[in-house]
Design a protein. Structure first.
Length: 144
């Protein structure tokens, strides 16, 4: 199992591409759909470990620095422990994949807000879908 998938599993409670910025899921219903670019990687921040996934956007309504994302933009998704990690981890498992892989298709949706607790904002809840990259069939397999 990959380091990224281990992190997703443990926290359910990138590439060389130039990114246009980090996705913000500001509103319920915001989405991003894209192709995983490069190998997702773990980054330690002042807020703790994050999984960084870069996507080549194909569609979506989530914004980067208040701007719409265009098809073909490379965007960064910072996955922190909790609802987003749980949703992506479940999507990977449901797809029968071992982890997020370059070329895989990932869709993330800010689906709802959790219960509001005193002095805190309600947690953002997410849904995700994942399709592993299509494996190329070798010529030898075609003629067996």
């Amino acid at each position: 199992m990959s380091e990224a998938m281990n992190w997703l599993n443990s926290n359910g409670g990138g590439g060389d591409s130039i990114s246009v910025g980090s996705i913000a899921f500001a509103e319920v219903g915001d989405t991003i759909v894209g192709t995983v670019e490069g190998q997702p990687r773990l980054v330690t921040t002042q807020y703790g470990d994050r999984l960084v996934v870069e996507l080549e956007a194909t569609s979506g309504t989530a914004k980067v620095d208040g701007n719409d994302v265009a098809a073909g933009d490379i965007v960064t998704v910072w996955v922190k422990p909790g609802a987003m990690a749980r949703a992506i981890g479940s999507a990977v498992k449901d797809a029968g994949a071992a982890g997020l892989e370059p070329g895989g298709k990932l869709a993330i949706k800010h689906s709802a807000l959790g219960e509001k607790k005193p002095g805190r904002n309600p947690a953002k809840l997410f849904e995700a879908k994942y399709e592993p990259p299509q494996k190329m069939t070798s010529v030898d397999d075609l003629f067996d």
